[in-house]
Design a protein around this ligand. Sequence first.
Ligand code: SF4
Length: 200
Amino acid sequence: MEVNLHRYLPFTTSEGPGKRACVWVQGCPIHCKGCGVPWTWNPRKGTPTSIEFLWEEILKSKQEHDIEGITFLGGEPFEQAEALAILAKRAQEIGLTVMTFSGYYKEQLAELNKPGWEALLAATDLFIDGPYEMDKPDKERPWIGSTNQRMHFLTDRYQSIKEDINAIPNRLEVYINSDGTIEANGMVPSDTWKRILKDL
Ligand code: SF4
């Protein structure tokens, strides 16, 4: 089984609690107005990547960076829930946490009944749901774009951060690759991001 991959980041502190590896999938049919990553929409782009290869990368991240978990982002993870659920289950079995984002609300997932959605939710500790709504920017909570989006603490793993979630700062990571291309991840207000791009 394969994941249509947009990007794998072996180590980040910007995409969820603590040190994590991050899997961005390619393909999102939701098309939120103001989406920060529209280049992840097209399902015909991306790199078909076997889950075995990705699993080896996650194990390497655990060994080399002592990650506490993995984060699935998009694109839309629930368009590829079957493959991601396998990775999520394996991750939990070796003690890693799983954080999953979706532009669909939890209730919609049940209606849509996409393959593997229940298995992916069952192997997720922290679930963020709902589309990005650009007229409702969230300036309080970390990792989240708009106030309509919800945080579901599905297991005990992150109950300890639930009450003080707003104290966790957002971070931005910028990578300048050897070929001169720039990649960034994390969350900052869009006007801050525009200012950074202008100065680069
Ligand atoms: S669900 Fe996420 S990736 Fe998809 S359009 Fe909305 S913000 Fe962009």
